[in-house]
Design a protein around this ligand. Structure first.
Ligand code: ZN
Length: 309
């Protein structure tokens, strides 16, 4: 089989606390669009939110499982340590003022010659904002975030692995990323898309993370279409990884495998996307249920915590 190469990050999924606090931060502070309000297909009593750019394009989607009463997790090895957003060049000053206005504490740091604002979301997830030349402007304007400064998608992610050398090999040999270089504790890899394309892998370990509120559950990589996705399934299996069957997630198909450094990887199809079950202009406004849960609608609408964007 030909060498497989993902174009970059498709989405990142995390566990958080109260759903309204989650919406207030990602829509209200970061200015992202809630592109889908649905339920966790594996646990239909709980929400699953998707936030992204206006169209919810692959490489911009962060998804949340809000579990208001769950234990706090610990960020550590075997996880995405930092989720990183790209904004247009010249927009950092806007974000500095905005984070200050919303009382979000941040620190400024540098890696590979780039300046990062690092801060946490209300439930402890580590985030970064970085200026990048690449990536289309995001036309979604919300709450004072205009398109000249809006988040364009993920810049990338920082991975914490329990076996960094093996994770590095997986990124190159299985996912098809290119090695860029090493600086201090970090090795940088690059994929081909213009957003969600930079992975910084921490080459030292600091103890396993534990899953819970405030941690990333998995990172998903892009597959072009259903056919490409089946090739990915075969490809990952041929590298000796245990990979799940294809799961229909309504907005994409998914397969999952845990890489050797314990980070849960998913591979997801770009199509069909979020306009598949509600009109583009209304995406995110209704509670969308997959057909198998439609008969639970009344019960779910009464039991889920109401949220407002
Ligand atoms: Zn996923």
């Amino acid at each position: 089989m030909m060498k497989k190469q993902t174009t970059g990050i498709h989405h990142i999924s995390a566990i958080v606390g109260h759903p309204q606090e989650n919406v207030d931060f990602y829509a209200g502070v970061l200015g992202l669009r809630l592109v889908k309000k649905t339920i966790n297909f594996d646990d239909p009593g709980t929400y699953h939110f998707y936030f992204g750019t206006e169209g919810g394009k692959p490489g911009s989607i962060i998804t949340f499982f809000p579990w208001p009463n769950a234990y706090r997790g610990k960020i550590g090895d075997g996880q995405v340590g930092i989720t990183q957003y790209a904004v247009p060049v010249g927009a950092l000053q806007f974000w500095e003022e905005r984070l200050t206005k919303f009382d979000v504490e941040y620190v400024v740091t540098e890696r590979f010659g780039e300046t990062y604002f690092q801060f946490d979301d209300p439930h402890g997830l580590h985030l970064e904002i970085v200026e990048r030349e690449e990536g289309e402007l995001n036309p979604w304007e919300f709450g004072g975030v205009t398109k000249d400064v809006a988040i364009k998608g993920f810049g990338g992610a920082v991975l914490y692995s329990s076996r960094p050398e093996e994770t590095a090999a997986t990124l190159v040999d299985i996912m098809g990323l290119e090695l860029v270089g090493t600086e201090g504790d970090y090795t940088r890899f690059q994929a081909t898309a213009d957003i969600g394309n930079i992975i910084d892998l921490k080459m030292t370990t600091s103890g396993l993370g534990t899953m819970g509120v405030g941690t990333v559950h998995h990172i998903a990589w892009r597959a072009k279409d259903v056919e490409d996705h089946l090739e990915w399934h075969q490809h990952v299996q041929s590298k000796g990884m245990y990979v799940t069957d294809v799961k229909d997630r309504n907005y994409f198909n998914a397969i999952y495998f845990r890489e050797t450094g314990r980070i849960l990887f998913e591979i997801a199809t770009d199509p069909p996307g979020f306009a598949v079950d509600e009109p583009y202009e209304l995406m995110g406004s209704g509670l969308m249920l997959p057909p198998q849960y439609e008969d639970l609608r009344n019960r779910l609408e009464n039991s889920l915590i109401p949220i407002e964007v």
